[in-house]
Design a protein around this ligand. Structure first.
Ligand SMILES: Nc1ncnc2c1ncn2[C@@H]1O[C@H](COP(=O)(O)OP(=O)(O)OP(=O)(O)O)[C@@H](O)[C@H]1O
Ligand SMILES: [Mg+2]
Length: 270
């Protein structure tokens, strides 16, 4: 829990700091083809779209991308040590940068030779992975849970440059997200992912912890968590409240996001 203590300190110092949230811009197309033998569709991602959505870890030249590479290395070291496969990305409250972090981390891992990664959008209330990656209309987790799609038909193989990774996107938002998260159907889907994608690090983009019981329901099925705190939007008491729910789930890192003005860098992590 040392990393959480450090985040509490940083959030305390930052509570009065100005925000540096410039928002998201743009919408772009993708090229798409069907791979009939595996049923997993190939999607080539558009670099301009990714950049507008703050997904920048596909290249090695950007300074910001290198922060994600450092985060990736630290996360993988922790996970490899314990043979962990499932990583939950969550935050205390909304808008801290979970989805941006989860997408960048997945792409950064995908650039490593010999590494496989699957990014799953488990924010059933507000799925945004497809939007940020520019996947267009797609089946998603909900259609798998409802038995309308199989895992492989809802999954995509996304590529950018030489890097490629698997994505199980979200599609529409579900009013019953809380019930789905706690359901046996969800447990079965996760077991299938664990079995069929054993060689992958699986990154789950989750909802905020404190805005419902979705995350609390799913945490026992995760091996570890990455907590994203937003400078200016996460308070000390928010982080302490999360700490209570994270007693049994190891926190591999706390990312202090949007920390530009405070720490003199785009992303901070501890
Ligand atoms: N480091 C950053 N600096 C500035 N803006 C950022 C940063 N990271 C993310 N953002 C912006 O903040 C907004 C929220 O980001 P994101 O969707 O990743 O958050 P989230 O925690 O997943 O939100 P939600 O709780 O709604 O799922 C987006 O507009 C995103 O572009
Ligand atoms: Mg999100």
């Amino acid at each position: 829990m040392d990393s959480i203590k450090q985040a509490v300190e940083l959030a305390r110092a930052a509570e009065s700091a100005p925000r540096n949230d410039t928002g998201l811009a743009g919408a772009f197309g993708i090229s798409r083809q069907t791979t009939s033998d595996t049923q997993i569709r190939d999607v080539r991602l558009n670099a301009a779209h990714l950049q507008a959505a703050r997904i920048i870890a596909y290249g090695t030249s950007s300074e910001h991308g290198r922060y994600y590479d450092m985060l990736r290395t630290q996360v993988l070291q922790e996970m490899d040590k314990k043979s962990w496969q499932f990583l939950a990305v969550t935050s205390p409250t909304a808008g801290c940068g979970k989805t941006v972090t989860a997408c960048n981390l997945a792409i950064s891992i995908a650039r490593l030779p010999g590494r496989s990664v699957l990014l799953v959008d488990l924010d059933l209330r507000k799925p945004m992975v497809a939007n940020y990656l520019g996947l267009g209309a797609t089946d998603g987790v909900l259609s798998v849970l409802e038995g309308r799609s199989t895992l492989s038909s809802a999954m995509l193989k996304a590529s950018i440059g030489p890097a490629s990774f698997l994505v199980l996107p979200g599609s529409e938002s579900s009013p019953g997200s809380s019930e789905w998260m706690a359901s046996q159907t969800m447990a079965n889907v996760l077991q299938t992912i664990q079995r069929d994608f054993r060689s992958c690090v699986v990154i789950f983009d989750l909802p905020p912890m404190l805005l419902g019981d979705d995350v609390i329901s799913i945490l026992p099925r995760m091996d570890a968590a990455l907590l994203v705190a937003g400078v200016g939007s996460t308070s000390v008491s928010d982080i302490k409240e999360c700490q209570k729910h994270l007693q049994r789930t190891p926190v591999v890192r706390v990312v202090v996001n949007k920390a530009t003005e405070l720490a003199g860098s785009y992303y901070g992590y501890y």
